[in-house]
Design a protein around this ligand. Sequence first.
Ligand code: H2U
Ligand code: ZN
Length: 346
Amino acid sequence: MIDLSNDTHRRYNILTGEWVLVSPHRTKRPWQGQVEKNERVQRPTYDENCYLCPGNIRAGGHKNPDYKHTFVFKNDFGALIEDSPRDTYSKGDLLLAKGESGICKVICFSPRHDLTLPQMEVKEIVRVVELWTEEYLSLGSNPDINYVQIFENKGETMGCSNPHPHGQIWATSTIPDEPAKESKMMLEHFERTGNSLLGDYLALELEEKERVIFENDHFAVLSPFWAVWPYETIIISKRHIQHLGQFTEEEKEALAEAIKHLTVCYDNLFETSFPYSSGIHQAPTTGLDNEAWHFHMHFYPPLLRSATVKKFMVGFEMLGNPQRDITAEYSADKLRSLPTEHYLER
Ligand code: H2U
Ligand code: ZN
């Protein structure tokens, strides 16, 4: 057997069928880059120039209400447009394009300009989960919408345009590639074994414990075995449920608690507002039976060694496949050992 903590190896991603190259011995090479001091900039609770703060005017002249908890609106610059023509353009088999329609929305997590998810209370995050649920169900009930992607881009490095706590929803007529790959893998496992792919995987992880960072009665947070990003994690529901619409009140609260716990660990890791792209993968809204689907949430953070040293997907990774130096086991251990109180509140 290979030694996962020492020998160079490839790990298989059971959700996508793709591989990642892991080179643990490379963590032993010396690091001579800078180690910088993190700035603790305090943002104001309200910013008159922020287009997401309550009462302010957005592009196109829309005025935000004086919202008290969460607020959702249709993206004024949506990448997808409703009722866009779905025709096909083709030149033989060589040039192919298909019209795509959809709906883009923006969700403010809080009226407070200065907060982020890890600084919010669990009961406030529960309201975000409730809004995600309403949006998933209402957008999904539109016969033109077959997939609802809920996500958050956090931090300037991730291309986020505004520090006000917010996320986005892109609902599309087509199932995008990432969930489509997962759909295929989950279905294949379900048909072969009668079990949920992520259910079986989670049972194994909870037994091995090595990659588990946090668990409560309904969710587990772990560094997936096949992680690509240095501190990549996945939140998996313990119950084999397909989507947010099936959550009990207790499960909503447990998910909020898991998100809070994880994002506090993230911020504490380098004592910075930790950037990431996170998103929920759940059943497509095709109206078909999606029994094989298993609810989960991915977190893809780019930071590697400090608040500024990022991982880049370059060279072999662009041309071959992704590679990482620190193992998923190392990342889990690191995240698990951090204080559970946010560094700004200590
Ligand atoms: P990001 O910072 O993650 O890009 O999200 C902000 C979104 O808010 C972005 O998609 C939208 C942008 O199109 N937006 C509005 O809908 N109205 C505005 O007045 C400014 C920005
Ligand atoms: Zn704001």
